[in-house]
Design a protein around this ligand. Structure first.
Ligand code: PAF
Length: 282
């Protein structure tokens, strides 16, 4: 398996693959790979000859140094997992310097307001960091198609906006959330959950499922209050936010309109580990 750490070298390699007529798919990751990442690669292998997987814990998207320091880093295991998964994978695992060249800063972006909702409200500067790294990776890899999970639904919407506004020549494909059998959305952070939190965390998706049912007959405010009450009673999990939002604008719903589509979004702390999830409501 080819593992590149230098942007010029992977650029040269990918250019030669493209000249030979290969389609390039791309899955950007921060490593600690799990089944959710593999499902994105699998989807990509259906319509691309080669899948590039980047493994890079991007410092500029963390608003909290402790969170960045504790983010799991398992490069060797990640490479082994990809090696056994498919022969048609190329890895790009750059250093911070290869990407930022000594200037670890985000560019500022406008994503037409999508960046001010939910994660943007609770994680200052997060989407400037995501925009910066994803744009840079798209420029290095120049993929035909790029795959992102719907677990980070707001990130997916923002990346589609980034591509549209900067006219980047890549098709962004959103993929369904991959869940553990318990219902817990797969995340690289799950490996850090202590046993009691691991047992409690599926409560997040169970609550989302009940909220989805209630939304059929109740208002967004009633459903939101109900969810907040469930977490207020919970011993271990701390709710940061539960929001029902319009899928296109990501703005919180005030009054339901039957012509619009809605989704519920949640962020919860399990000890010091922040978990997010979401569910379609109609
Ligand atoms: O979703 C992630 O893992 C990251 O935000 C991404 C897209 C790899 C950018 O660092």
């Amino acid at each position: 398996m080819l593992v590149f750490t230098n942007k010029n070298k992977i650029d040269t390699y990918i250019s030669s693959l493209k000249r030979e007529g290969n389609k390039i798919g791309f899955v950007p990751t921060m490593g600690a790979l799990h089944e959710g990442h593999l499902s994105l690669i699998k989807e990509g292998l259906l319509s691309n000859n080669v899948m590039v997987v980047s493994i890079f814990v991007n410092p500029t998207q963390f608003d909290n140094v402790a969170d960045l320091d504790k983010y799991p880093r398992t490069l060797e295991a990640d490479i082994k997992l990809l090696e056994t998964f498919s022969e048609n994978i190329v890895i790009y695992a750059p250093s911070v310097d290869d990407i930022y060249e000594g200037d670890i800063k985000s560019q500022s972006f406008s994503f037409d307001g999508l960046e001010f909702e939910m994660e943007g409200r609770f994680r200052k500067g997060h989407f400037d960091g995501v925009g910066t790294i994803v744009k840079r990776l798209f420029e290095i890899i120049k993929p035909d198609n790029a795959y992102f999970g719907e677990k980070d639904f707001q990130q997916l919407a923002i990346i589609k906006k980034l591509v549209e506004k900067h006219q980047l020549p890549v098709i962004v494909v959103g993929c369904k959330i991959h869940r553990e059998t318990s219902g817990l959305a797969m995340s690289s952070r799950n490996v850090r959950l202590k046993p009691e939190y691991s047992l409690s965390a599926p409560f997040i998706y169970k609550t989302l499922q009940t909220a989805q049912k209630k939304f059929g007959t109740k208002s967004a405010t009633v459903v939101t209050k109900w969810v907040e009450k469930q977490f207020a009673k919970h011993d271990l999990l701390k709710l940061e936010y539960f929001i029902i939002a319009d899928v296109d604008t990501l703005k919180t719903v005030i009054r339901k309109n039957k012509n619009r589509n809605y989704r519920a979004f949640i962020a919860v702390y399990a000890d010091d580990i922040r978990l997010i999830d979401n569910i379609a409501l109609n």
